[in-house]
Design a protein around this ligand. Structure first.
Ligand code: SF4
Length: 448
């Protein structure tokens, strides 16, 4: 999920990030940092289905930031004339950002406007999609949700309007899935367009930023903390095996993007082990690849971590761990947040993994608004069990994200005894993350 951007909006480190360091040059060409098979057949037709190179009425830039590189990698092929910039420029500036980046970005836009740059600012990605109205206080337009179809249409329209010398937003109301301010300051949000067909768009541009192979998009579940269904819809879509194999040729190590890797080929509720098998065996047939399936930046839902699935991992994959989203050890909390699985499912998944010699790396969120000390104790109990039995845990504090039911909620405080015990487990090296509200701790330390 890279900066490690998990579905709840928290940021972690990325073992899989093959994008460039922000301090290094901009991503125009392949970098030696890529774990890539440079002898791969680079014959993917990137321009298929896309507009011709953009005319130069206004230059078009992606505002590059290492943390957002993956968001751009799917969009670069759709805008072949665009380049990257590390600062606002005169022209069309495209930003993608997460909630925890918004203050810096908004400040940058304000400064650019104060400097009187001749720029048209477009925002997209998780935060702007969930908070379009607020984002329009700074930006000229917002792409809501998927950008592959919408962004080229918006950019083409701006360039056409620029050539005609008319208002850059003329005709925006005809573009599906966007938000913008009209000439009298009213906010216009157009109806969403159809979901993107993944096979119609490359996973990434081999000439620019690479990213893990996106095998699926969307999620049928409704976890209250998560933006994924709002961004990508409740229907799971999948890239075909043949397309995935085509892009797999570029890598030696294969990692994947999905809301639930074990749901590949299905509706996200029921497993299709034969589809997962077809995918993994096809990738395995490429030869010379190490397949990491169900690990960061993907994770799997616990009820999908069955013996059938783990057997496929053992047979075809190189990973000796599996990333599992548990989120809480309390059934009360799991019901309240709409997870659609039980605490028992998490224990079962961990046992299946451990029995097969796979280390379960289990994700938890602490601080759900209704969470009580009893709930936190149940979570601690599960974390403790996992650590004692050979599992690993990543815990983090809830960030209420825009467009989610928790957007305006106040996270529960982490009880000091729970925090202390988690701290002790962290000292043992099996628990990582930031599981408490740093502000809370600072205030308590001052008070105490
Ligand atoms: S299962 Fe829940 S947390 Fe995971 S992507 Fe779907 S809604 Fe988000």
């Amino acid at each position: 999920m890279s900066e490690r951007k998990s579905k709840d909006g928290t940021v972690n480190n990325s073992p899989a990030d093959s994008s460039q360091d922000d301090s290094a040059g901009l991503p125009a060409v392949l970098s030696a940092n890529h774990s890539a098979n440079h002898s791969a057949n680079h014959s993917v037709n990137l321009s298929a289905g896309f507009p011709d190179a953009l005319p130069a009425a206004l230059p078009v830039y992606f505002r590059y930031n290492k943390k957002n590189a993956y968001s751009y990698s799917a969009l670069v092929p759709a805008l072949p004339g665009a380049t990257f910039s590390k600062k606002p420029e005169n022209g069309i500036m495209i930003y993608s950002f997460f909630t925890n980046q918004k203050e810096d970005i908004f400040e940058e836009i304000c400064q650019a406007r104060a400097d009187r740059l001749n720029s048209f600012f477009i925002a997209g990605g998780p935060h702007p999609s969930g908070a379009a109205a607020k984002t329009l206080e700074y930006f000229d337009a917002v792409v809501i949700g998927e950008g592959e179809e919408t962004l080229p249409k918006m950019v083409s329209r701006i360039l056409e309007n620029e050539r005609k010398g008319i208002d850059r937003k003329t005709g925006f109301e005809e573009i599906a899935g966007i938000a913008f301010k009209n000439n009298v300051g009213g906010i216009v949000i157009t109806p969403p367009g159809p979901a993107v067909e993944l096979d119609k768009f490359p996973c990434f541009s081999p000439n620019s930023i690479w990213r893990p192979l996106e095998i699926s998009r969307g999620c049928p579940h409704r976890c209250k903390f998560c933006q994924t269904p709002q961004m990508f819809g409740y229907k799971m879509r999948h890239r075909s095996v043949s397309e995935i194999v085509k892009y797999a040729a570029y890598y030696d190590d294969l990692r994947f993007l999905s809301s639930n890797a074990f749901a590949y080929g299905g509706n996200g509720v029921t497993q299709k082990p034969e589809k997962v098998k077809d995918l993994l065996s096809s990738l395995s047939n490429l030869g010379g690849k190490r397949i990491f399936f169900g690990t960061f930046p993907s994770e799997v839902r616990p009820e999908f971590a069955t013996e059938d699935m783990i057997d496929l991992v053992v047979k075809y994959c190189a990973n000796d761990s599996l990333s599992i989203g548990a989120q809480s050890g309390s059934d009360t909390v799991l019901n309240e947040i709409g997870r659609g699985h039980s605490a028992e499912d998490v224990y079962n998944a961990a046992e299946v993994c451990l029995g097969a010699g796979i280390t379960p790396i289990v994700d938890f969120i602490i601080g759900f608004p209704s969470e009580t000390i009893t709930d936190q104790e149940k979570t601690l109990e599960m974390i403790d069990w996992l650590c004692r039995n050979g599992g690993k845990v990543h815990a983090h504090y809830l960030t209420p994200l825009p467009s989610t039911p928790y957007e305006h909620s106040v996270p529960a405080k982490v009880h000091p005894d729970i925090s202390k015990k988690l701290g002790k487990l962290a000292l043992g090296g099996q628990l990582t993350g930031v599981w408490e509200n740093i502000k809370q701790r600072t205030v308590e330390n001052k008070d105490g």
